[in-house]
Design a binder for this molecule. Structure first.
Ligand SMILES: Nc1ncnc2c1ncn2[C@@H]1O[C@H](COP(=O)(O)OP(=O)(O)O)[C@@H](O)[C@H]1O
Ligand SMILES: [Mg+2]
Length: 220
């Protein structure tokens, strides 16, 4: 599913943020990425989502070499990836239903198919009746559930979650984990970055730890 070989990332030449990262994740795996603030978690996820480009090494996703993909070849790979961020990144002028529908709308799916899928997902995240509400009227936990629904509506093979519980208290974080766990149970590969040690302790998923730009496996 994911294979990084000797990946290096530099924002500034000569100052690597990630150094010689080797990572191999199987399809269907759930992996925590931990490490202090500034350790490089978001940078690693940025590489995996193909929004950042490595400075050295190679990257394979979904069995293909994506190290030097041309810009025009990025969208079909990116469509297999769903992303969830700490700050939700919802569009405040759109309703919950419109936010969730966005990826399918961009892909030009027929309107009635979009509506059926959106309804199903809004029920799945427990927000029945909130379809016409705009994000500013939602709590943090509700916003993040909407962001998850939007991330999964086009059935990505891989979900990259960058501190998705960073703005939520522990109880809400644990609730949100149920959504990620149920996605993983149906085969979705999950990479979940968090510096929340209590959350990591609550589950026994493999964990990798970033420090000084290098990756260490702390739990298999
Ligand atoms: N766009 C950027 N330009 C320069 N340096 C950056 C940029 N983004 C992140 N960094 C630096 O890269 C390092 C890793 O950051 P980041 O990947 O955001 O870590 P984390 O997500 O673990 O907090 C930090 O030292 C940060 O300052
Ligand atoms: Mg980060």
């Amino acid at each position: 599913m994911i294979r990084c070989n000797n990946v290096t990332l530099e924002y500034v030449a000569g100052r690597p943020v990630l150094r010689n990262v080797n990572l191999h994740l199987e399809p269907g795996s759930f992996t925590f990425v931990s490490g202090a603030s500034g350790a490089g978690k978001s940078s690693l996820l940025g590489l995996l989502s193909l929004s950042l480009k490595q400075s050295g090494g190679s990257l394979h996703l979904f069995g293909s070499d994506v190290t030097d993909l041309a810009r025009a070849d990025l969208p079909p790979v990116r469509r297999k990836i769903g992303t969830v961020f700490q700050d939700f990144q919802l569009l405040n002028h759109l309703t919950v239903a419109e936010n969730v529908a966005l990826p399918l709308k961009i892909m030009g799916e027929p309107r009635d198919e979009i509506e059926a899928k959106v309804r199903e997902l809004i029920a799945w995240i427990g927000l029945d009746g909130f379809g016409d509400v705009r994000p500013p009227f939602l709590s943090g936990g509700q916003k993040q559930r909407v962001a998850i629904a939007r991330a999964v509506i086009n059935k990505p093979l891989l979900i990259l979650a960058d501190e998705p519980t960073g703005n939520l208290d522990h109880e809400l974080s644990m609730k949100l984990m149920h959504l990620f766990r149920s996605l993983n149970k149906v085969g979705t590969t999950i990479v979940f970055a968090t510096h929340d040690a209590a959350l990591i302790e609550a589950f026994d998923y493999p964990t990798i730890y970033l420090r000084d730009g290098q990756l260490h496996r702390t739990r298999s």
